[in-house]
Design a binder for this molecule. Structure first.
Ligand SMILES: CC(C)(COP(=O)(O)OP(=O)(O)OC[C@H]1O[C@@H](n2cnc3c(N)ncnc32)[C@H](O)[C@@H]1OP(=O)(O)O)[C@@H](O)C(=O)NCCC(=O)NCCS
Length: 153
């Protein structure tokens, strides 16, 4: 029997690897435009063993991804990148990816940075328990400031 896809169907969160390079690159371009990483950095993130990288899969499509890093000496995890395909947003995929990445990082605190104008990301992080701890003035190429946020776990 044909069962139509329900939008309420949760996306599956799975480990990502270099095999997902094309899908993650595509998503990065959709989500970040000119701020998208160079492909070599994405490949490195999907390959280096110390990096946490996850994908969200729905409708047989990679609809979200997250990349996390560990700074072991500082006992700090960093969320390096997170993105969700536009027509899959506001379904809890970003929140689920973030929580899964924090768990796998396994660090007592997690930090991240975002454009000061990125309200969707700011709300997501605030809702997940992050607080603003710093501003990096003119951090982005176009001169926009970055907000630095931290969550103590
Ligand atoms: C930021 C982003 C990853 C959020 O992904 P998402 O799957 O839509 O997030 P969720 O559905 O899990 O949202 C969780 C909460 O975050 C907040 N939120 C997310 N998007 C929001 C928006 N556009 N406006 C206001 N609040 C928002 C809400 O509180 C939401 O909870 P609710 O839907 O129950 O109200 C997504 O918008 C995205 O990919 N943006 C482009 C890339 C980007 O900016 N990445 C972050 C770089 S720092």
């Amino acid at each position: 029997m044909h069962r139509p896809h329900s939008p309420a169907q949760p996306a599956a969160v799975l480990p990502a690897s270099w095999r997902d390079l094309t899908s993650v690159r595509e998503l990065e371009k959709i989500c970040f435009g000119r701020d998208a990483w160079p492909w070599i950095d994405t490949l490195a993130a999907l390959t280096f063993p110390q990096t946490v990288r996850l994908k969200a899969v729905a409708d047989e499509l990679v609809v979200g991804f997250i990349i996390g890093d560990r700074r072991r000496l500082k006992r700090t995890g960093w969320i390096a990148s997170i993105g969700v395909r536009p027509n899959y947003r506001r379904r809890g995929i970003g929140r689920t990816l973030l929580a899964a990445c924090e768990d796998l990082l396994g660090m007592p605190r997690v930090r991240l940075s975002l454009r000061s104008s990125n309200d969707a990301a700011l709300r997501l992080y605030q809702q997940a328990g992050y607080i603003s701890i710093d501003t990096w003035k003119s951090y982005y190429r176009d001169g926009e400031d970055a907000i630095v946020m931290e969550k103590v776990r």
